[in-house]
Write a protein that binds this ligand. Structure first.
Ligand code: HSE
Length: 337
């Protein structure tokens, strides 16, 4: 049996996911018995559609000229088309409008309403409508996976499966690479805020609107998803107390340093509250990470602190999280232990 996939969004994340499907094809087919067909790849202005399966190698070779492929159909929209293709899994990698969660939110509801499992790397739907999405998935007996939304393939949402015999007391994390990069550059090299922000933008880490990074909204969204997942909450981003880093001066950083402390932009969930704000931490704290990395520290009852760190953004980073979610769905729907 083939898993029939519809991919929405062929940007960096969508393209890297397709490349990983190709790179790991043998492993997926032979080791995991996961056979797939990509039936549709949607963009904003049309779609590649082939009910027998799109030739991924051809599409990857074409790079940004994929619209010249014979399977390309102008003006086909995912929202109108996904229900007509008998898909097993719909993967959304579209950029999110942070206020509405669109277009991913509508794609997710449409897929679930049409009995299609969902994988998403789009965060907005999950920090705005976490409960509604889960309620619908439960009602329809479908799977929704979104590991890529928080720290990409750093396996922090799925860690809850390994901690069922433990108890998580609190989460402290750095979940936004851009703001951590800025603070790191200001602190270690004395680089001005605006210069460091520009560098982060050039690295391709910052959101299209970088105020989402520096004012803490992006980290807050990820914190909501993470806390909902690990604490079984149903909160939204409106419940996060958010303070950004745009008012952090070089003077404040130097003052902290003279006391042996570091200013970091932390995302904290504990005792029912959600906070994103700059905080002073000890120099030798495990949260004192440099550059664009993400780090998450869970305080647990029976293991003390559990710390996990890695690259939280990027095409392959998110693409590999999506592939892992696909493997999980394959195992569950095919009842593989
Ligand atoms: N703008 C985000 C960051 C990208 O800097 O971490 C990953 O979600």
């Amino acid at each position: 049996m083939f898993i029939k996939i519809g991919l929405i969004g062929k940007g960096n994340v969508g393209s890297c996911f397709l490349e990983l499907l190709k790179i790991k094809k043998n492993y997926l087919n032979k080791k995991l018995n996961l056979k797939y067909k990509v039936i549709a790849i949607y963009e904003y202005d049309g779609a590649l559609i082939n009910e027998k399966g799109i030739d991924i190698d051809e599409i990857l070779l074409l790079r940004n000229n994929f619209r010249s492929h014979k399977d390309w159909k102008e003006n086909v929209k995912a929202i109108d088309s996904i229900s007509n293709l008998n898909l097993d899994v719909c993967i959304d990698t579209t950029p999110t409008n942070p206020n509405t969660g669109e277009p991913a939110l509508s794609h997710i509801f449409k897929a679930l309403n049409n009995n299609i499992n969902v994988i998403s790397s789009s965060k907005g739907p999950f920090y705005l409508k976490y409960k509604e999405i889960h309620d619908l998935a439960k009602l329809k007996n479908l799977l929704v996976k979104y590991e890529a939304t928080v720290a990409s393939n750093v396996p922090i949402l799925s860690i809850k499966d390994s901690l069922k015999g433990n108890e998580i007391i609190s989460i402290k994390a750095i979940l936004n690479g851009t703001s951590n990069y800025i603070l790191s550059r200001m602190s270690s090299e004395g680089v001005a805020f605006s210069v460091a922000l520009k560098e982060a933008q050039e690295l391709g880490y910052a959101e299209a609107d970088p105020t989402l990074d520096i004012e803490g909204y992006d980290a807050a969204g990820k914190l909501v998803i993470l806390a909902n997942e690990l604490f079984c909450w149903s909160k939204t981003i409106k419940e996060v107390k958010i303070k950004g880093i745009s008012k952090i001066t070089q003077h404040a950083i130097e003052l902290a340093k003279s006391e042996g402390l570091i200013i970091k932009h932390l995302a904290i969930a504990e005792k029912g509250t959600l906070i994103v704000e700059p905080r002073l931490i000890e120099k030798d704290s495990p949260l004192n990470i440099e550059g664009t990395l993400n780090v998450i520290e869970l305080q647990t009852t029976y293991s003390g602190p559990i710390i996990i760190m890695g690259r939280g953004a990027g095409g392959y980073e998110a693409g590999s999280a999506i592939l892992n979610d696909l493997i999980s769905i394959h195992r569950i729907i095919n009842n593989i232990k």
